[in-house]
Design a protein around this ligand. Structure first.
Ligand SMILES: Cc1cc2nc3c(=O)[nH]c(=O)nc-3n(C[C@H](O)[C@H](O)[C@H](O)COP(=O)(O)O)c2cc1C
Length: 359
Protein backbone atom coordinates (compact mmCIF):
# COMPACT_ATOMS: atom_id res chain seq x y z
CA UNK A 1 0.00 0.00 0.00
CA UNK A 2 1.35 3.39 -1.02
CA UNK A 3 0.57 5.11 2.28
CA UNK A 4 2.29 2.29 4.23
CA UNK A 5 5.46 2.70 2.15
CA UNK A 6 5.27 6.48 2.55
CA UNK A 7 4.91 6.20 6.29
CA UNK A 8 7.80 3.70 6.47
CA UNK A 9 10.02 6.37 4.90
CA UNK A 10 8.65 9.10 7.16
CA UNK A 11 9.08 6.85 10.19
CA UNK A 12 12.78 6.42 9.43
CA UNK A 13 13.13 10.20 9.62
CA UNK A 14 10.95 10.55 12.74
CA UNK A 15 12.94 7.80 14.46
CA UNK A 16 16.11 9.91 14.13
CA UNK A 17 14.68 12.24 16.80
CA UNK A 18 14.66 11.15 20.49
CA UNK A 19 11.36 9.33 21.23
CA UNK A 20 9.74 11.65 23.76
CA UNK A 21 10.70 14.71 21.74
CA UNK A 22 9.16 13.35 18.55
CA UNK A 23 6.06 12.28 20.46
CA UNK A 24 5.59 15.88 21.61
CA UNK A 25 6.23 17.28 18.12
CA UNK A 26 4.05 14.82 16.22
CA UNK A 27 1.24 15.19 18.74
CA UNK A 28 1.42 18.99 18.40
CA UNK A 29 1.40 18.63 14.60
CA UNK A 30 -1.64 16.34 14.71
CA UNK A 31 -3.47 18.78 16.96
CA UNK A 32 -2.54 21.62 14.63
CA UNK A 33 -3.80 19.98 11.43
CA UNK A 34 -7.04 18.85 13.06
CA UNK A 35 -7.74 22.19 14.78
CA UNK A 36 -9.56 23.94 11.88
CA UNK A 37 -13.01 22.35 11.63
CA UNK A 38 -12.83 22.14 7.82
CA UNK A 39 -9.59 20.13 7.86
CA UNK A 40 -10.88 17.96 10.66
CA UNK A 41 -14.05 17.12 8.75
CA UNK A 42 -11.98 16.32 5.68
CA UNK A 43 -9.72 13.95 7.61
CA UNK A 44 -12.76 12.38 9.20
CA UNK A 45 -14.38 11.75 5.82
CA UNK A 46 -11.26 9.87 4.72
CA UNK A 47 -10.30 8.05 7.89
CA UNK A 48 -13.28 7.62 10.22
CA UNK A 49 -15.13 4.28 10.29
CA UNK A 50 -18.09 4.76 7.97
CA UNK A 51 -19.37 1.19 7.70
CA UNK A 52 -22.40 0.89 10.00
CA UNK A 53 -21.45 -2.74 10.69
CA UNK A 54 -18.46 -1.43 12.69
CA UNK A 55 -20.63 0.57 15.07
CA UNK A 56 -21.84 -0.82 18.37
CA UNK A 57 -23.48 0.36 21.56
CA UNK A 58 -21.47 -0.70 24.56
CA UNK A 59 -22.54 0.07 28.14
CA UNK A 60 -25.03 2.51 26.68
CA UNK A 61 -22.44 4.45 24.68
CA UNK A 62 -22.35 4.45 20.87
CA UNK A 63 -18.92 3.65 19.40
CA UNK A 64 -18.61 4.30 15.62
CA UNK A 65 -15.77 1.74 15.41
CA UNK A 66 -14.19 -0.73 17.83
CA UNK A 67 -10.56 0.49 17.71
CA UNK A 68 -9.61 3.22 20.18
CA UNK A 69 -6.43 5.02 21.08
CA UNK A 70 -4.93 3.40 24.20
CA UNK A 71 -4.15 5.35 27.37
CA UNK A 72 -0.83 7.14 27.64
CA UNK A 73 -0.63 8.83 24.25
CA UNK A 74 -2.89 11.73 25.23
CA UNK A 75 -2.42 11.84 28.98
CA UNK A 76 -4.00 15.26 29.53
CA UNK A 77 -6.73 15.19 26.90
CA UNK A 78 -5.03 17.83 24.79
CA UNK A 79 -6.10 16.13 21.54
CA UNK A 80 -9.79 15.57 22.22
CA UNK A 81 -10.66 16.73 18.69
CA UNK A 82 -7.83 14.87 17.02
CA UNK A 83 -8.53 11.17 17.50
CA UNK A 84 -11.87 10.96 15.70
CA UNK A 85 -10.34 12.75 12.72
CA UNK A 86 -7.53 10.16 12.65
CA UNK A 87 -10.07 7.35 12.37
CA UNK A 88 -10.22 6.07 15.92
CA UNK A 89 -13.62 4.93 17.15
CA UNK A 90 -12.89 6.36 20.60
CA UNK A 91 -9.96 7.48 22.72
CA UNK A 92 -8.91 6.76 26.28
CA UNK A 93 -7.16 9.78 27.78
CA UNK A 94 -4.93 9.65 30.88
CA UNK A 95 -3.57 8.24 32.98
CA UNK A 96 -4.30 11.25 35.14
CA UNK A 97 -3.80 11.34 38.88
CA UNK A 98 -5.67 13.39 41.48
CA UNK A 99 -2.65 15.71 41.80
CA UNK A 100 -0.46 16.90 38.93
CA UNK A 101 2.99 15.27 38.90
CA UNK A 102 6.12 15.37 36.71
CA UNK A 103 6.67 11.63 36.17
CA UNK A 104 10.09 9.99 36.12
CA UNK A 105 13.31 11.68 34.99
CA UNK A 106 14.12 11.45 31.27
CA UNK A 107 15.13 9.47 29.34
CA UNK A 108 12.00 7.44 30.01
CA UNK A 109 10.79 6.34 26.58
CA UNK A 110 12.76 4.06 24.23
CA UNK A 111 12.18 2.40 20.86
CA UNK A 112 12.89 -1.30 20.39
CA UNK A 113 12.90 -1.25 16.56
CA UNK A 114 13.88 -4.89 16.03
CA UNK A 115 10.80 -5.84 18.05
CA UNK A 116 8.48 -3.11 16.65
CA UNK A 117 8.05 -2.32 20.35
CA UNK A 118 8.47 0.49 22.88
CA UNK A 119 9.80 0.53 26.43
CA UNK A 120 8.56 3.26 28.77
CA UNK A 121 8.88 4.32 32.36
CA UNK A 122 7.03 7.61 32.06
CA UNK A 123 5.59 7.33 35.58
CA UNK A 124 2.23 9.07 35.04
CA UNK A 125 3.51 12.51 34.06
CA UNK A 126 0.29 14.54 33.93
CA UNK A 127 -1.34 17.85 34.79
CA UNK A 128 -3.83 16.36 37.22
CA UNK A 129 -7.50 15.39 37.19
CA UNK A 130 -8.70 19.00 37.64
CA UNK A 131 -7.12 20.27 34.43
CA UNK A 132 -8.47 17.33 32.43
CA UNK A 133 -11.93 17.94 33.90
CA UNK A 134 -11.86 21.53 32.64
CA UNK A 135 -10.84 20.38 29.16
CA UNK A 136 -13.52 17.72 29.01
CA UNK A 137 -16.17 20.17 30.22
CA UNK A 138 -15.36 22.50 27.31
CA UNK A 139 -15.31 19.72 24.73
CA UNK A 140 -18.16 18.52 22.55
CA UNK A 141 -17.27 14.99 21.60
CA UNK A 142 -17.41 13.47 18.12
CA UNK A 143 -16.25 10.12 19.51
CA UNK A 144 -16.53 8.67 23.04
CA UNK A 145 -13.72 9.72 25.38
CA UNK A 146 -12.84 7.29 28.18
CA UNK A 147 -10.73 8.48 31.11
CA UNK A 148 -8.01 6.42 32.77
CA UNK A 149 -7.19 7.28 36.41
CA UNK A 150 -4.17 6.26 38.49
CA UNK A 151 -2.70 6.81 41.93
CA UNK A 152 -0.70 9.96 42.69
CA UNK A 153 2.89 8.84 43.34
CA UNK A 154 3.33 10.60 46.71
CA UNK A 155 0.12 9.15 48.15
CA UNK A 156 0.87 6.11 50.35
CA UNK A 157 -0.94 2.86 49.48
CA UNK A 158 -3.20 3.12 52.56
CA UNK A 159 -4.65 6.37 51.14
CA UNK A 160 -5.00 5.07 47.59
CA UNK A 161 -8.79 4.67 47.84
CA UNK A 162 -9.36 8.38 48.55
CA UNK A 163 -6.94 9.37 45.81
CA UNK A 164 -8.77 7.30 43.16
CA UNK A 165 -12.12 8.52 44.51
CA UNK A 166 -11.09 12.16 44.13
CA UNK A 167 -10.30 11.64 40.44
CA UNK A 168 -13.48 9.62 39.87
CA UNK A 169 -15.63 12.32 41.48
CA UNK A 170 -14.22 14.99 39.17
CA UNK A 171 -13.99 13.01 35.96
CA UNK A 172 -16.80 10.44 36.14
CA UNK A 173 -19.54 12.85 34.98
CA UNK A 174 -17.39 13.97 32.03
CA UNK A 175 -16.25 10.57 30.72
CA UNK A 176 -17.88 7.95 28.49
CA UNK A 177 -16.28 5.40 30.84
CA UNK A 178 -13.65 5.38 33.59
CA UNK A 179 -10.70 2.99 33.85
CA UNK A 180 -9.05 2.31 37.18
CA UNK A 181 -5.41 1.75 36.33
CA UNK A 182 -3.65 -0.51 38.81
CA UNK A 183 -1.29 -2.04 36.30
CA UNK A 184 1.39 0.45 35.30
CA UNK A 185 4.83 -0.88 36.19
CA UNK A 186 6.17 2.66 36.62
CA UNK A 187 4.61 3.83 39.89
CA UNK A 188 6.23 1.99 42.81
CA UNK A 189 3.78 -0.44 44.46
CA UNK A 190 0.93 0.32 42.05
CA UNK A 191 0.61 -3.20 40.72
CA UNK A 192 0.28 -4.53 44.29
CA UNK A 193 -3.14 -2.85 44.24
CA UNK A 194 -4.25 -5.64 41.87
CA UNK A 195 -4.39 -8.03 44.84
CA UNK A 196 -8.12 -8.39 45.44
CA UNK A 197 -7.94 -7.29 49.11
CA UNK A 198 -6.42 -3.98 47.97
CA UNK A 199 -8.46 -3.72 44.77
CA UNK A 200 -11.90 -4.27 46.31
CA UNK A 201 -12.07 -1.01 48.32
CA UNK A 202 -10.62 1.00 45.41
CA UNK A 203 -13.18 -0.28 42.92
CA UNK A 204 -16.03 -0.05 45.43
CA UNK A 205 -14.97 3.52 46.27
CA UNK A 206 -14.82 4.56 42.60
CA UNK A 207 -18.21 2.95 41.92
CA UNK A 208 -19.67 4.88 44.85
CA UNK A 209 -18.55 8.17 43.26
CA UNK A 210 -20.06 7.79 39.79
CA UNK A 211 -22.80 6.31 37.66
CA UNK A 212 -20.43 6.23 34.67
CA UNK A 213 -19.32 2.72 33.60
CA UNK A 214 -16.15 1.69 35.46
CA UNK A 215 -13.53 -0.76 34.17
CA UNK A 216 -10.24 -1.95 35.64
CA UNK A 217 -7.00 -2.20 33.64
CA UNK A 218 -4.78 -5.19 34.42
CA UNK A 219 -1.18 -6.20 33.79
CA UNK A 220 -0.07 -8.99 31.47
CA UNK A 221 2.28 -10.24 34.19
CA UNK A 222 -0.51 -11.48 36.48
CA UNK A 223 -0.80 -15.22 37.08
CA UNK A 224 -3.85 -17.03 35.68
CA UNK A 225 -5.20 -17.39 39.22
CA UNK A 226 -4.93 -13.61 39.79
CA UNK A 227 -6.74 -12.92 36.50
CA UNK A 228 -9.64 -15.18 37.56
CA UNK A 229 -9.84 -13.53 40.98
CA UNK A 230 -10.00 -10.04 39.48
CA UNK A 231 -12.61 -11.16 36.94
CA UNK A 232 -14.78 -12.60 39.72
CA UNK A 233 -14.40 -9.44 41.78
CA UNK A 234 -15.34 -7.28 38.79
CA UNK A 235 -18.52 -9.30 38.24
CA UNK A 236 -19.36 -9.28 41.94
CA UNK A 237 -18.98 -5.50 42.26
CA UNK A 238 -20.89 -4.78 39.05
CA UNK A 239 -18.02 -3.29 37.06
CA UNK A 240 -18.67 -2.60 33.38
CA UNK A 241 -15.57 -4.42 32.21
CA UNK A 242 -11.83 -5.10 32.11
CA UNK A 243 -9.10 -3.55 29.96
CA UNK A 244 -6.41 -6.15 29.26
CA UNK A 245 -3.55 -5.47 29.17
CA UNK A 246 -1.01 -2.86 30.16
CA UNK A 247 2.72 -3.14 29.30
CA UNK A 248 4.87 -6.06 30.51
CA UNK A 249 7.91 -6.00 32.77
CA UNK A 250 9.19 -9.14 31.02
CA UNK A 251 12.21 -8.86 28.71
CA UNK A 252 11.81 -12.40 27.32
CA UNK A 253 12.29 -12.92 23.62
CA UNK A 254 13.34 -9.35 22.76
CA UNK A 255 15.69 -8.95 19.79
CA UNK A 256 16.70 -5.28 20.01
CA UNK A 257 20.42 -5.01 20.86
CA UNK A 258 21.15 -3.22 24.14
CA UNK A 259 17.62 -3.58 25.51
CA UNK A 260 18.89 -4.91 28.83
CA UNK A 261 20.90 -1.74 29.37
CA UNK A 262 17.86 0.53 29.09
CA UNK A 263 16.71 -0.03 32.66
CA UNK A 264 13.26 -0.56 34.10
CA UNK A 265 9.93 0.03 32.40
CA UNK A 266 7.06 -1.63 30.58
CA UNK A 267 7.33 -3.11 27.10
CA UNK A 268 4.48 -2.64 24.62
CA UNK A 269 3.79 -3.89 21.10
CA UNK A 270 4.23 -7.39 19.66
CA UNK A 271 6.20 -8.75 22.66
CA UNK A 272 3.05 -8.44 24.80
CA UNK A 273 0.61 -9.71 22.15
CA UNK A 274 0.56 -13.41 23.02
CA UNK A 275 -0.01 -12.89 26.74
CA UNK A 276 -2.60 -10.20 26.09
CA UNK A 277 -4.54 -12.62 23.85
CA UNK A 278 -4.23 -15.46 26.39
CA UNK A 279 -5.63 -13.24 29.14
CA UNK A 280 -8.49 -12.13 26.90
CA UNK A 281 -9.39 -15.78 26.17
CA UNK A 282 -9.18 -16.66 29.84
CA UNK A 283 -11.36 -13.70 30.82
CA UNK A 284 -13.96 -14.49 28.17
CA UNK A 285 -14.10 -18.13 29.29
CA UNK A 286 -14.58 -16.96 32.86
CA UNK A 287 -17.10 -14.13 32.50
CA UNK A 288 -18.54 -14.43 28.97
CA UNK A 289 -20.79 -11.50 28.21
CA UNK A 290 -21.15 -10.38 31.83
CA UNK A 291 -18.25 -7.94 31.42
CA UNK A 292 -17.14 -5.83 28.47
CA UNK A 293 -13.61 -6.87 27.55
CA UNK A 294 -11.35 -4.26 25.96
CA UNK A 295 -8.31 -5.92 24.42
CA UNK A 296 -5.03 -4.01 24.13
CA UNK A 297 -1.45 -5.13 23.74
CA UNK A 298 0.41 -5.83 20.52
CA UNK A 299 -2.47 -5.32 18.07
CA UNK A 300 -0.77 -4.42 14.77
CA UNK A 301 -2.81 -5.81 11.89
CA UNK A 302 -6.45 -6.37 10.96
CA UNK A 303 -5.83 -10.09 11.54
CA UNK A 304 -4.69 -9.33 15.11
CA UNK A 305 -7.74 -7.14 15.65
CA UNK A 306 -10.11 -9.77 14.29
CA UNK A 307 -8.57 -12.50 16.45
CA UNK A 308 -9.22 -10.36 19.55
CA UNK A 309 -12.85 -9.75 18.52
CA UNK A 310 -13.69 -13.40 17.89
CA UNK A 311 -11.90 -14.28 21.14
CA UNK A 312 -14.27 -12.07 23.14
CA UNK A 313 -13.16 -8.43 22.85
CA UNK A 314 -16.00 -5.95 22.33
CA UNK A 315 -13.56 -3.05 21.96
CA UNK A 316 -9.86 -2.81 21.05
CA UNK A 317 -7.10 -0.31 21.68
CA UNK A 318 -3.62 0.35 20.38
CA UNK A 319 -0.68 2.65 21.05
CA UNK A 320 2.50 1.04 19.71
CA UNK A 321 0.82 -0.17 16.50
CA UNK A 322 -0.16 3.44 15.78
CA UNK A 323 3.42 4.66 16.32
CA UNK A 324 4.82 2.04 13.93
CA UNK A 325 1.80 2.07 11.59
CA UNK A 326 1.13 5.80 11.06
CA UNK A 327 -1.86 8.01 10.37
CA UNK A 328 -3.78 5.48 8.25
CA UNK A 329 -3.40 2.72 10.84
CA UNK A 330 -6.84 3.00 12.45
CA UNK A 331 -8.53 3.14 9.04
CA UNK A 332 -6.68 0.05 7.78
CA UNK A 333 -7.70 -1.90 10.85
CA UNK A 334 -11.32 -0.78 10.70
CA UNK A 335 -11.51 -1.56 6.97
CA UNK A 336 -9.99 -4.99 7.60
CA UNK A 337 -12.45 -5.73 10.40
CA UNK A 338 -15.39 -4.68 8.18
CA UNK A 339 -14.16 -7.03 5.41
CA UNK A 340 -13.90 -9.93 7.82
CA UNK A 341 -17.38 -9.23 9.22
CA UNK A 342 -18.80 -9.54 5.72
CA UNK A 343 -16.71 -12.57 4.77
CA UNK A 344 -17.87 -14.31 7.95
CA UNK A 345 -21.52 -13.46 7.33
CA UNK A 346 -21.85 -11.43 10.55
CA UNK A 347 -24.60 -8.80 10.47
CA UNK A 348 -22.91 -6.73 13.16
CA UNK A 349 -19.78 -6.49 15.21
CA UNK A 350 -21.64 -7.66 18.29
CA UNK A 351 -22.46 -10.97 16.56
CA UNK A 352 -18.76 -11.59 15.96
CA UNK A 353 -17.61 -10.93 19.53
CA UNK A 354 -16.50 -14.20 21.08
CA UNK A 355 -17.67 -16.26 18.09
CA UNK A 356 -14.49 -18.37 18.03
CA UNK A 357 -14.90 -19.21 21.70
CA UNK A 358 -18.58 -20.05 21.28
CA UNK A 359 -17.63 -22.47 18.46
C1 LIG B 1 4.73 5.57 26.13
C2 LIG B 1 3.59 4.83 26.72
C3 LIG B 1 2.87 5.40 27.78
C4 LIG B 1 1.81 4.71 28.34
N1 LIG B 1 1.11 5.30 29.35
C5 LIG B 1 0.03 4.66 29.87
C6 LIG B 1 -0.76 5.28 30.88
O1 LIG B 1 -0.52 6.41 31.27
N2 LIG B 1 -1.80 4.57 31.38
C7 LIG B 1 -2.12 3.31 30.94
O2 LIG B 1 -3.09 2.72 31.43
N3 LIG B 1 -1.39 2.72 29.97
C8 LIG B 1 -0.35 3.36 29.44
N4 LIG B 1 0.37 2.76 28.45
C9 LIG B 1 0.01 1.38 28.04
C10 LIG B 1 -0.91 1.35 26.82
O3 LIG B 1 -2.13 1.99 27.07
C11 LIG B 1 -1.16 -0.11 26.40
O4 LIG B 1 -1.86 -0.78 27.44
C12 LIG B 1 0.11 -0.87 26.11
O5 LIG B 1 1.06 -0.05 25.46
C13 LIG B 1 -0.13 -2.10 25.22
O6 LIG B 1 -0.71 -1.72 24.01
P1 LIG B 1 0.14 -1.55 22.63
O7 LIG B 1 0.93 -2.80 22.46
O8 LIG B 1 -0.90 -1.33 21.57
O9 LIG B 1 1.00 -0.35 22.82
C14 LIG B 1 1.44 3.43 27.86
C15 LIG B 1 2.16 2.87 26.80
C16 LIG B 1 3.21 3.55 26.22
C17 LIG B 1 3.94 2.92 25.07
Amino acid sequence: MADAAMYAALRRALFLVPPERIHTLVFAGLRGVTAPAALRRRAERTLAPADPALASTVFGVRFPGPLGLAAGFDKDGRGLNTWGALGFGYAEVGTVTARAQPGNPAPRLFRLPADRALLNRMGFNNHGAGELALRLARHSPDIPIGVNIGKTKVIPPEDAVDDYRASARLLGPLAAYLVVNVSSPNTPGLRDLQAVEALRPILAGVLAETTTPVLVKIAPDLSDADVDEIADLAVELGLAGIVATNTTVSRDGLHTPGVHGLGSGGVSGPPVAQRSLEILRQLYARVGDRLVLISVGGIETADDAWERIVSGATLLQGYTGFVYGGGWWAKHLHDGIAQRLRAGGFASLTDAVGSAAKG
